[in-house]
Design a protein around this ligand. Structure first.
Ligand code: 13P
Ligand code: SF4
Length: 333
């Protein structure tokens, strides 16, 4: 993709001023001159194409706070994708999120700004692996994290996200379940339920790098620090946390409790995105970047809307079965 340079004209400056005022504390004015022309053009093209931009909580602030129509965690994005009446959905997240949007909106055009935005969890398991697990543990329902390909979802009984995994596992009424592919999320769910959990060895390359020692060091520096952690973190990290939850769960926690100082043990952009709405809370910012999420840029979002690339499609046979697993999850609530 060749990046077109767009000029920061007085017209663009005036048009984007209200947006800049919203993000001024996270995006410096010198940087705004680079982003604003893209923001203005993306907004214009969204109208022309009847498109919406869905952005995951890990997107950079210049996407999250400016061109995104819907922001949230994987569950929120899946639910909102199912509700939109736009013709085109641009997913600023990773590939499995775009596939999920396509599954629940088969008749719409779903685009991603960069096809290479994958996920180490989704890459850790194939549909054949799921079939082997079923053979090894006959009768156990297969519960699959949404961070998987459509092929893997199609082999599953029900999907979960980090926000609803415990509730959905409990809702099945089974003595044991096969829980794929995140080993640490599986262990966390096992710690919260009496259901026997059979796990896989998939890991998130971002969250597996956090350590319990790191959290203990933060606490030693400031015993009043509130620690929120994503359940994709290793168990010794979760054992140190005050709260464990999805990205949206962490945002709700900050909203409810308004801590004076907080650290969110998750991807780097979260703190920048959330801090915008909570000026009285100080955010300690560990910085583990997700290289896949970071492939999305404003220039690529614009390119996507201009060229209607890169379209995400799912084989109809696979889609039918994968959609059933996602819709069962949404139905549980
Ligand atoms: P959430 O559903 O909590 O937003 O998590 C998605 C993800 O990819 C975490 O790494
Ligand atoms: Fe996948 Fe981890 Fe990136 Fe989330 S943060 S998209 S789980 S690699």
């Amino acid at each position: 993709m060749s990046v077109i340079e767009l000029p920061y004209t007085p017209d663009v400056a005036a048009q984007t001023r209200p947006i800049f005022e919203r993000v001024a504390h996270v995006i410096p004015e010198v940087e705004w001159a680079i982003h604003a022309p893209y923001v203005a053009e993306i907004i214009r093209l969204k109208r022309e194409r009847n498109a919406v931009v869905l952005a995951h909580n890990y997107q950079v602030p210049e996407i999250f706070h400016t061109v995104a129509d819907i922001v949230g965690d994987s569950l929120g994005l899946a639910i909102e994708a199912a509700r939109t009446d736009a013709d085109v959905i641009v997913v600023c997240g990773v590939h499995f999120m775009a596939e999920t949007a396509k599954l629940v909106n088969p008749e719409k055009t779903v685009l991603v700004p960069d096809l290479r935005a994958g996920c180490s969890l989704a890459d850790s398991i194939t549909a054949a692996d799921v079939r082997l697990m079923r053979e090894r543990y006959p009768g156990a329902p297969v519960v699959t994290y949404v961070n998987t390909s459509a092929e893997v979802k199609a082999e599953s009984d029900i999907c979960v996200t980090s926000g609803n995994a415990v509730r959905i596992v409990n809702s099945l009424g089974a003595k044991r379940v096969i829980f794929l592919p995140d080993e640490y999320l599986a262990k966390y769910v096992a710690s919260q339920t009496n259901v026997e959990i059979i796990a896989w060895k998939g890991h998130c390359e971002v969250h597996e790098r956090f350590t319990g020692d790191q959290i203990r060091a933060y606490r030693q520096d400031d015993p009043s620090l509130v620690v929120l952690a994503h359940p994709e973190c290793p168990p010794d990290v979760l054992a140190e946390a005050d709260f464990v939850g999805s990205t949206q769960g962490m945002i709700s926690y900050v909203d409810r409790s308004r801590p004076a100082r907080v650290v969110m043990i998750t991807e780097c952009s979260m703190a920048s995105n959330v801090s915008a709405n909570f000026p009285d809370t100080e955010f300690v910012r560990p910085c583990n970047l997700c290289p896949h999420m970071k492939r999305n840029t404003l220039a690529k979002v614009l390119h996507s809307l201009q060229t209607m690339q890169y379209e995400v499609t799912v084989d109809p046979q696979v889609a039918r079965r994968a959609r059933a697993a996602v819709e069962r999850m949404i139905a549980v609530g």
